[in-house]
Design a protein around this ligand. Structure first.
Ligand SMILES: Nc1ncnc2c1ncn2[C@@H]1O[C@H](COP(=O)(O)OP(=O)(O)OP(=O)(O)O)[C@@H](O)[C@H]1O
Length: 240
C-alpha cells in the first residue's frame, strides 16, 4: 500500500520550474531513497510532501489524506537539511522543547528522549549548549529530535551528512530496525551512493524530474551498471 502518493506535481520559484510533473508512489514499510545532484529539487519535493510548501499543480496524498493537513504533522517525523535548533539552549533543552509538541505524558517523553539521544550517541553531550556542538553533532541532534516523536513516517533530508562512518552504520541499523520491527515508512535524500544500495526503492532526480526509479538491483540491471554512479550517469544524470 502506498503511504505517500504524488500525482503530476509541479512547483515553480519565480516562474522557474523546480518540480516538473513528478508522480511517485512510496510504499509503506519501506526505506525509499531520493537521489540526485545538488539543486535538482529533492528538498523542495520533500517540503511539498510535508506540507511546508504548496504545489502549483498536481495532487499529494500522505496516508490517504490530501496534503497539506494539520493532522498529518503528528504522523510525520521531519528532519530538515538545515538544522532548526536553538543554539543558546543545551541539547537536552532542545529535545525537551520539541518533545513537548507531541502528546506524550512525562514518563513517555523522558523515555523517548533517552532512546533518541542514545541512537545518535549524544547522551554525554546533552548538557552542553548547542552553540558548542560541531556540525555533525547538530545533525545528530536534529535526527534525534525527528526520532522522539515515534511517527509512522520519517522524512530525513540528508540525515548522515557530516557523520562519521561508524555512527552512520549505527544509524542505518536503527533505520532498518524501525522499518522491520516498527513498520515505519522512511524517506531519505542522499548524495551518497553506498546509502542508495541500502534503500528498498530509489528514485533518481535531475532538474526537477524523476528520471528513473526502482529497486537498487532493478536499476543496476536496467542500466547494466556495477555501481550507482554508473546507474546515474547511464540514466542521464550529472555526476553527483
Ligand atoms: N524558496 C526558494 N526560492 C527560490 N528558489 C528556490 C527556493 N528554494 C529552492 N530554490 C531553488 O530550487 C532549486 C532546487 O532546490 P532544492 O533545495 O530543492 O535542491 P536539492 O536537490 O535539495 O539540493 P541539495 O542537494 O543541494 O540540497 C535550486 O535551484 C534552488 O536554488
Amino acid at each position: 500500500m502506498s503511504t505517500i502518493q504524488l500525482t503530476d506535481v509541479q512547483k515553480h520559484f519565480q516562474r522557474r520550474p523546480i518540480i516538473q510533473n513528478v508522480s511517485l508512489s512510496i510504499d509503506s514499510g519501506k526505506i525509499f531513497g531520493l537521489i540526485g545532484p545538488s539543486g535538482c529539487g529533492k528538498t523542495t519535493l520533500i517540503k511539498l510532501m510535508v506540507g511546508m510548501l504548496k504545489a502549483d499543480a498536481g495532487h499529494i496524498e500522505v496516508l490517504q489524506q490530501a496534503v497539506p493537513n494539520y493532522n498529518l504533522l503528528q504522523k510525520i517525523g521531519y528532519m530538515a537539511q538545515s538544522d532548526a535548533l536553538y543554539t543558546d539552549l543545551t541539547g537536552i533543552e532542545n529535545m525537551q522543547f520539541f518533545a513537548k509538541l507531541y502528546s506524550f505524558n512525562k514518563v513517555e517523553r523522558a523515555k523517548r528522549i533517552t532512546y533518541a539521544a542514545d541512537i545518535v550517541q549524544l547522551t554525554n553531550a546533552l548538557s552542553q549548549k548547542v552553540e558548542t556542538y560541531s556540525g555533525g553533532m547538530k545533525r545528530r541532534l536534529s535526527l534525534a529530535i525527528a526520532l522522539i516523536q515515534n511517527p509512522d513516517i520519517l522524512i530525513l533530508d540528508e540525515p548522515t551528512v557530516g557523520i562519521d562512518p561508524a555512527l552512520k552504520l549505527t544509524i542505518w541499523q536503527e533505520l532498518e530496525r524501525l522499518k522491520k520491527v516498527e513498520k515505519k515508512t522512511i524517506l531519505i535524500t542522499t548524495h551518497v551512493m553506498d546509502e542508495a544500495e541500502k534503500c528498498d526503492e530509489l528514485a533518481l532526480m535531475r532538474e526537477g524530474k524523476i528520471i528513473t526509479h526502482g529497486t537498487p538491483t532493478e536499476l543496476k540491471t536496467l542500466y547494466n551498471a556495477k555501481t550507482f554512479d554508473e546507474v546515474f550517469l547511464q540514466a542521464g544524470g550529472a555526476k553527483l
